[in-house]
Design a protein around this ligand. Sequence first.
Ligand code: NAD
Ligand SMILES: O=C(O)C(=O)C[C@@H](O)[C@H](O)[C@H](O)COP(=O)(O)O
Ligand code: ZN
Length: 358
Amino acid sequence: MREIDVALGSRSYPIYIAGGLLNNLGAYLSEMPLGKKVLLVTDTNVDSLYGDKVRNLLERAGFQVAVIRVPAGENAKTLEQAAGLYDTAFDHGLDRTCPVVALGGGVVGDLSGFVAATYMRGVPFVQVPTTLLAQVDSSVGGKVAVNHPRGKNIIGAFYQPKMVLIDVDTLQTLNARELRAGLAEVIKYGIIWDKEFFAWLEENSSRVLHLETAALEYVIETCCKIKAAVVEQDETEQGRRAILNYGHTIGHAIESLSGYGTYLHGEAVAIGMIIEARLARNRNLLTDDEVTRIIQLLSQVQLPVSVPRELTAKDMIKSMYTDKKVTESKLTFALPVSIGYCKVFQGLSESEIEQVLS
Ligand SMILES: NC(=O)c1ccc[n+]([C@@H]2O[C@H](COP(=O)([O-])OP(=O)(O)OC[C@H]3O[C@@H](n4cnc5c(N)ncnc54)[C@H](O)[C@@H]3O)[C@@H](O)[C@H]2O)c1
Ligand SMILES: O=C(O)C(=O)C[C@@H](O)[C@H](O)[C@H](O)COP(=O)(O)O
Ligand SMILES: [Zn+2]
């Protein structure tokens, strides 16, 4: 088993990565100082695959489990769904010592983490991510949120989990489109932090797409280590953490303008990374060759590479002003300055953004 410690003082926690780890969830939770009632949050798809198994494991470990299933997909990241979770937590008698356990992808993790952060001003939270995207990104670092019709993740908090348990075997049931969407965030780490990892992906992406366990474990461990390092430097995004947002200023505009769920988060981020790489090229940060390599790798894993035709530059730019990196009305982007290193730039002009969108 691979183990990574996210070192955040009193909010530190372990990330465990291995095949078959779901079987250990009950034992791990029993060793933690937790109350005996669990709110197990999942979605309809994940419930049908792993819900009974996890519930039984937790009950055998002595926990009383209330399961709540939200509809699968981005549209479940709402305050209305959160309200349903609060009701179930209340009905089940969850007190401040009792954990919320997120079993599913980033939607379940973000939504239930938001509920864990706010129910009774905070109860223990455990992440059991089951998509590649959630295993490499959303389960780590403590960003929890729901969407607002006008902007992604607008209502949220920073709230770290007590443990992240990653069973790589769960990826065997994930469909190809979702796997590719997860690969977008994987490629992001190569671009913003680790040029050798980017080069490894250029050679080995098909091993990940073929769900080869050794490749998956290597990818997940590498990404979680990078994310842990960034979050340890800047837990609440006062500055440097915003590099994890590369591709997201454009990506979030695509997601909210085209209707949440039309483009998967990873797909929108893939398009965003290309447009933002072009922004970086126009500022002489990236070379033409580096932009080509980025486009080539994203195309190689069959991610979308162009902005949907129906979205106008004007609407995209308007939507970007709801981005959380905006301060004093200045559009802010995380831009790579080479493959393997990224910086945050404030005050980009609308005309330079229009130029790369058209
Ligand atoms: N908090 C963060 O730091 C962070 C980071 C990246 C993304 N996110 C958020 O994560 C969300 C996207 O997460 P996602 O891509 O995991 O989407 P998701 O949670 O919608 O899951 C994708 C789909 O896969 C299904 N699924 C999940 N696990 C499965 C499995 N093992 N086998 C078969 N099907 C499975 C789900 O039911 C769903 O239909 C977005 O809302 C995004 O904003 C958050
Ligand atoms: O953890 C972070 O920090 C990230 O930016 C990771 C992103 O992949 C993720 O999509 C995050 O939810 C975006 O954050 P937001 O603050 O722009 O909503
Ligand atoms: Zn993301």
